[in-house]
Design a protein around this ligand. Structure first.
Ligand code: TPP
Length: 583
């Protein structure tokens, strides 16, 4: 027995099934899956610049005959949706499993999406594990299903399944030999003439799958009291078992297609039939569409956000399990830019210059929070540059604040390059700031094409951003150290004053959490010259505190990394570095 997170278990399941190629793009809560897979024997794994590329690499490897694991978070599936829908038509050669990790409750995401709607729309099977053992077993068996039904299989997890650790019985790796690749245009070339044939084939494969889900081991009725029956899947199954231990349950392991016969059988066996969904109406809407009568769930059951045993117990007037009391007493831990974060002064200066700032997704999204309050928008990865162009188009010929798009290095490689290309191509203007902190910080410091670090530490090459941007056709490019307040201010001023030009500023400085490239130096301290003016506090550094009575600033030495950003904003020379030497 081992204690594994759902993500580690999915990696183990793929490995046991003989998968030898792993592809993905990081995103909470999926990230650790590919990281765990990459550490296993006899596998190749790579981070790709984005999810679409990752899935396409995976499709190629599957076509060539290997078993493939592709991992991404729910919004990543949007990016990969184009190849995904056609992959349902082509089918696979080596089995292909796609982890789609959803984030009900938006712990770390810009929206709540239920990836099972993709399974429904693309007509590919989706499996919902309820714990790490199922995550392993479902994933391992998903490869067989993928090859048997000639379809990719979605393992759909949620944050609790991906991150919670539960005991797991692991197994051996099966030997899987490369399946022969045979050229077959009618299967792999999806031009209309062949796609029509594959559409018919998809209908046939789906019919077989629909029969299979009524007899497979993944969907099961657990009869207890017959007065209440609950249909659920994934993490919700665990909550229901805790909150309503006497209720009968239809636990769905495969959530597309739904097992119509089993659903009707369960309907017959219970007096009142409920379906409990989490943050979406995926299951209930599909079950109702089959003509099955579901009772309305109690009003008190939240329709948005993550569920819990507590929420279900409260809504159904059941005893709240005492083990869940702790849940309500957790202190809030709002995220903040780290002490010494190289993004901080860029936002300080953009705020000062009163720019309209279209933001993007990464640590730097936190620049939206007070006291920096620098961002006007954040929509999805890559949107900063394209939205800035949209702002410029709409505000053309008006008196308007300078428009600046701000994007991180990983996000630029993910989907910012095409946005910048569009602005250049369409003769747009404005300013783009690329915050190159040498890593994909937000998701835990993965490598990306800009820093050239690969998942399995194979030799690669760092992208030369300056050369790339010049090649795209941008004429006004500056490279600046964002820890230097003067230089940052001057670069922004120069760029926004060039109103007719498109300017790109590359702010380059390593993330302070990168132990191999950032060395903290002696902490700073506040001396008696502090006038309580609050200039340093306005940077929002978590190492700085303000005395509630006097307003005087102080610095928490154990948090300060010695970046010296705050000292540059003190007009009274009240912030100085201690003589502690390098740490
Ligand atoms: C389509 C999509 N894929 C993945 C994510 C998860 N994610 C959020 S921010 C981010 C990358 C951030 O890296 P970078 O742009 O370098 O900024 P940093 O966090 O280092 O400041 C990722 C992968 C997402 N939000 N959307």
């Amino acid at each position: 027995m081992e204690l594994l997170s759902g993500n580690e278990a999915i990696a183990q399941g793929a490995w046991e099934a003989g998968a030898s190629i792993g592809v993905g793009y990081p995103g909470t809560p999926s990230t650790e899956t590919l990281e765990a897979f990459a550490k296993k024997d006899d596998v190749y794994a790579e981070w790709c610049p984005n999810e679409k590329v990752a899935l396409e690499v995976g499709i190629g490897a599957s076509a060539a005959g290997k078993r493939v694991l592709a991992t991404m978070k729910h919004v990543g599936v949007n990016v990969a949706a184009d190849p995904l829908f056609t992959l349902a038509y082509t089918g696979v050669n080596g089995g292909l499993v796609l982890l789609a990790a959803d984030d009900p409750g938006m712990h770390s995401s810009q929206n709540e999406q239920d990836s099972r709607f993709y399974a429904l729309a693309a007509r590919i099977p989706s499996m919902d594990p309820s714990d790490s053992q199922e995550a392993l077993d479902f994933t391992r068996n998903a490869y067989e299903l993928s090859e048997r039904f000639d379809l990719p299989v979605i393992i759909r997890s949620t944050v609790r399944i991906s991150h919670a650790k539960t005991p797991v019985e692991t197994g051996k790796r099966m030997s899987y030999t490369l399946k022969p690749y045979e050229k077959d245009a009618s299967k792999w070339v999806m031009m209309p003439a062949y796609a029509k044939g594959r559409r018919t084939s998809l209908d046939g494969r789906n019919d077989e799958l629909k029969a299979y889900v009524n007899e497979c081991p993944y969907n099961r009725i657990e009869m207890r009291d017959s007065d209440i029956g609950i249909i659920c899947s994934g993490a919700v199954y665990e909550y229901v078992r805790d909150a309503l231990p006497h209720a009968s349950v239809l636990k769905l392991g495969i959530t597309w297609p739904l097992p119509e016969n089993i659903l009707r059988e369960f309907e017959e066996q219970v007096d009142t039939l409920y379906c409990i969904d989490e943050a979406s109406d995926y299951l209930s809407s599909q079950i109702k569409a089959l003509g099955i009568n579901l009772a309305d769930t109690p009003q008190a059951l939240p329709i948005a956000g993550e569920l819990s045993a507590r929420a279900i117990a409260l809504a159904f007037d059941s005893a709240v399990p005492t083990s869940y009391d702790a849940e309500s007493n957790l202190p809030a831990r709002p995220p903040a830019l780290c002490a010494g974060c190289p993004h901080r002064l860029v936002f300080k200066e953009l705020s000062r210059a009163r720019c309209i700032v279209t933001g993007d997704i990464g640590c730097y999204t936190l620049g939206a929070l007070p006291p920096l309050s620098a961002l006007d928008s954040t929509v999805c990865m890559g949107a900063s540059i394209s939205m800035a162009h949209g702002f410029e188009l709409a505000l053309e010929n008006t008196e308007h604040a300078p428009v600046v798009g701000v994007i991180g290095d990983s996000t630029f490689a993910h989907s910012g390059i095409t946005s910048l290309l569009n602005t250049v191509y369409n003769q747009g203007s404005g300013t783009v700031c690329i915050l190159d902190n040498r890593t994909t910080g937000m998701t835990g410091h993965q490598g990306n094409p800009v820093n050239g670090k690969t998942l399995q530490e194979r030799i690669s090459r760092e992208l030369n951003l300056e050369q790339l941007i010049e090649a795209l056709g941008v004429e006004h490019i500056q490279t600046v150290n964002p820890n230097d307040a003067q230089a940052t201010r001057a670069a922004i001023k120069e760029a926004i004053e060039a109103t007719d030009a498109l300017s790109v500023i590359i702010f380059r400085s390593p993330c302070v959490l990168l132990r191999d490239s950032f060395t903290p130096s002696a902490p700073y301290t506040v001396n008696a010259s502090c006038t309580s003016c609050g200039a340093c506090i306005s940077l929002g550094c978590p190492a700085l505190a303000k005395d509630p009575d006097t307003g005087a600033a102080s610095i928490m030495a154990d948090m300060c990394v010695g970046c010296g950003q705050c000292a540059q904003y003190c007009k009274f020379e009240a912030i100085e570095q201690t003589q502690g030497g390098l740490r």
